[in-house]
Ligand binder design. Structure first.
Ligand SMILES: O=C(O)CCC(=O)C(=O)O
Length: 276
């Protein structure tokens, strides 16, 4: 979906837009809001993440040609809680907050701060997966409410060429809880018989998805990385008592009340992590 020029200018979604986005997530598993963040900001984020990816590849002695991570050439990398990544326009984007609050409650928390990148020359897709296993395993046979929402910010235009995320919306997030136990169902066996699509997203779009929706990274046939920032917001009743994000005191002190609330259970006053 796209939002109106007025909503973009005011940074405020209309109630009808919020309702549509919330219902799309609840019923279809995700919503994609196209082209929200300014290109200049996205380019700055992409350049910085590009530096980190180079360092990450070197440190791990990964070679694009030889391939890594089972030939997927996919890198999951934690992000340091520093600029330009910890900007409030990312961690507390007003559109994201409007939607996430409706689903997880306005006391929800930011619990994950990372990135996923499809690097060039991958030869295989990832296995189809959900980001969260069963909450209650086989002891619980009905669907439970959404407790985690993943927010992805693509940092380049994503098309068929450069490793789009493939998603299985429309119900994979709505199966009984035990469905998400890896022992219960073989997702890669079922997925080819089910409807999926490759999510093309202009840079600066926002994808918000139930973490249970099936998806996978696909190979990147371009010559440039395809990074997605990946944040997770969790309902406070299911978030860990002590979060793991390391946030320097000065960074925390400069945050708005909303951003402070989002990270309240994280490691405030800890050193920023190194991404590699
Ligand atoms: O950004 C993507 O392509 C999705 C990657 C993914 O699902 C993963 O690495 O677990």
């Amino acid at each position: 979906m796209r939002v109106s020029a007025e909503e973009l200018a005011s940074g405020k979604l209309l109630p009808a837009t919020i309702e549509l986005a919330v219902q799309l997530i609840q019923v279809n598993g995700y919503v994609l809001i196209e082209e929200v963040l300014p290109r200049t900001q996205i380019d700055q984020l992409n350049n910085r993440i590009g530096d980190f990816l180079e360092g990450f590849m070197a440190k791990n002695e990964f070679s694009l040609e030889e391939g890594f991570h089972d030939g997927t050439n996919h890198i999951g990398m934690y992000l340091p809680f520093e600029q330009p990544f910890c900007d409030e326009s990312l961690i507390a984007h007003p559109f994201v907050m409007d939607i996430v609050d409706q689903i997880l409650g306005s006391d929800c928390e930011l619990t994950y701060f990372a990135s996923n990148t499809s690097m060039p020359k991958g030869t295989k897709s990832q296995d189809v997966h959900a980001d969260m296993g069963a909450r209650f395993g086989s002891r619980f046979g009905v669907n439970v409410p959404i407790t985690n929402l993943v927010v992805n910010y693509p940092l380049v235009d994503v098309n068929d060429e450069n490793g789009p995320m493939e998603v299985w919306p429309g119900g994979t997030h709505l199966h009984p809880d035990s469905w998400y136990s890896c022992k219960v169902v073989n997702k890669p066996e079922l997925a080819p018989h089910m409807l999926s699509f490759k999510a093309h997203m202009p840079a600066g779009s926002i994808m918000i998805r139930d973490d249970r929706m099936w998806h996978r990274g696909t190979p990147n046939r371009s010559d440039k990385p395809r990074p997605n920032i990946a944040l997770i917001y969790s309902s406070t009743s299911t978030a860990p008592y002590q979060g793991g994000l390391q946030i320097p005191q000065e960074t925390y002190d400069q945050f708005s009340d909303r951003a402070k609330q989002l990270v309240r259970k994280q490691k405030i006053g800890a050193e920023v992590i190194k991404p590699y």
